[in-house]
Design a protein around this ligand. Structure first.
Ligand code: ADP
Ligand code: ASP
Ligand code: MG
Length: 406
């Protein structure tokens, strides 16, 4: 029998009525003769609430205890969903990440999956049960509970789909698929019928949070076909696969991200080894540096700017300031009011001039570009945070993304 993995995000199971709607869909899928493994997120804003609670009792919560706390959210969902599924006369059993055999490294808060055993899930399915797995969590090689990073239930779902050789991995959420831009920012954004792993990876990496980046990387590496769709309307959504869209668009989507901050290390001597020293120290502290820009040198010195997740800004400043005197920097400054807009499209590879057009659109909107980074299918610009939404809307309109390409 074919097996499908169905993942339901926080809004999909936010309250008892939603939980029942999801249970109804799962039971129906099962009755149609499919084997089903379900992955659930914590209800609604539970994870955010738990993080706030932790900070209410402690300034710097230890990673191990934070993970123990956060995994409780998914545990609530999985048990409730099983109860609701059983109401339909369909047998179901819940499993924590650890019970499902999701083994990770020891990096609390952003653990990487090392192995998925999945024996207990296979057993449950063989007994005719729906297996409901708590998303976003695993157990480390040191037997501690870990979490996979925000949005990590997507990764759980894809990893299970890969190891259980599922026919597809359905990601149910509060929008009907992957859109040409975040529909909350661009109401006229269009659902893409399909998108390639490559494009989806760039979208996820630059703020298109409909899929967690790691889940897309995992899907690409293991050839797991994803179907992103709505748990509110249940209509067909967006397929994420190798081929992607058959549309001949140059640009597939515009993404934005306001979760990063910028650090500038000013007037460091322009000689070999400075960047290696600075970024080496940041890496040693596990700080995830994203964009890096170094100015041309004037008078033998240069400015180095880089972006980090805002949550890592304090740590990045600590490291950079401590290193400042040693590398001869004149000053180290932080800027949390930045945002990034990106245009993504495989068509860029064969169409020159996209960057120029992006810069022209931003200039016409009077949006100043502070940093630029590109890949073969992406152009990203760092701008003021307050300009981000306007920039996204202008780019979406300029590239006519609300209209299906001919
Ligand atoms: P879930 O709780 O189901 O995991 P998320 O909030 O993580 O849901 O992801 C869904 C949200 O992603 C949508 O509500 C939407 O606002 C946002 N989003 C951002 N970019 C896009 C995009 N390009 N297409 C669709 N949704 C997007
Ligand atoms: N509950 C976790 C979060 O909010 C994981 C997930 O929803 O995917 O990030
Ligand atoms: Mg999500």
């Amino acid at each position: 029998m074919s097996l499908v993995v169905q993942k339901f995000g926080g809004t999909s199971v936010a309250d008892p009525d939603r939980m029942k709607a999801v249970a109804d869909h799962v039971a129906r899928t099962r009755r149609q003769g499919q084997d089903v493994v379900v992955v659930v997120s914590a209800m609604g804003k539970t994870t955010d609430d738990l993080i706030r609670l932790a900070h209410d009792v402690c300034d710097d919560p230890p990673g191990r205890e934070m993970d123990m706390l956060l995994t409780a959210g998914e545990r609530i969902s999985m048990a409730l969903l099983c109860m609701a599924i059983e109401e339909h006369g369909v047998p179901a059993a819940s499993f924590t990440g650890s019970q499902a055999g999701i083994v990770t490294d020891t990096s609390h808060g952003r653990a990487k999956i090392l192995e998925v055993r999945g024996d207990r899930l296979r057993e449950a399915v063989a007994q005719g049960k729906v297996a409901v797995v708590a998303g976003f969590q695993g157990v480390s090689i040191e037997r501690d509970v870990t979490t996979l990073g925000r949005g990590g239930s997507d990764t759980t779902a894809v990893a299970l789909a890969a190891v259980l050789k599922a026919e597809a991995c359905e990601i149910y959420t509060d929008v009907a698929g992957v859109y040409t831009a975040d529909p909350r920012v661009v109401p006229s954004a269009r659902r893409l019928p399909s998108v390639s792993y490559e494009e989806m990876q760039e979208m996820a990496a630059t703020g298109g949070r409909v899929l967690a980046l790691r889940s897309v990387e995992f899907a690409r590496n293991h050839g797991v076909v994803l179907h992103v769709r709505s748990s509110f309307t249940w209509e067909p959504g967006t397929w994420v696969n190798e081929e992607g869209t058959l549309e001949q668009a140059i640009i597939s989507g515009v993404t934005h991200d306001t979760s990063e901050a910028k650090v500038t290390v000013a007037q460091v001597p322009d000689r070999p080894g400075i960047a290696a020293r600075l970024f080496g120290a940041l890496a040693d502290d596990d700080i995830n540096v994203d964009m890096i820009v170094q100015n041309t040198s004037t008078g033998g010195t240069t400015d180095i700017s880089f972006t980090v997740p805002r949550a890592d800004l304090a740590a990045a400043m600590r490291v950079s300031e401590a290193l400042g005197p040693e590398i001869g920097a004149n000053s180290v400054t932080a800027d949390a009011e930045i945002g990034r807009v990106s245009v993504i499209g495989a068509g860029m590879k064969t169409n020159p001039g996209v960057a120029a057009r992006v810069f022209r659109v931003l200039s016409d909107e009077d949006v100043n570009i502070e940093m630029i980074s590109t890949s073969s299918i992406r152009i990203s610009c760092v701008v003021r945070a307050k300009d981000v939404e306007r920039a996204v809307q202008a780019l979406h309109a300029a590239f006519e993304l609300d209209r299906a390409p001919a």
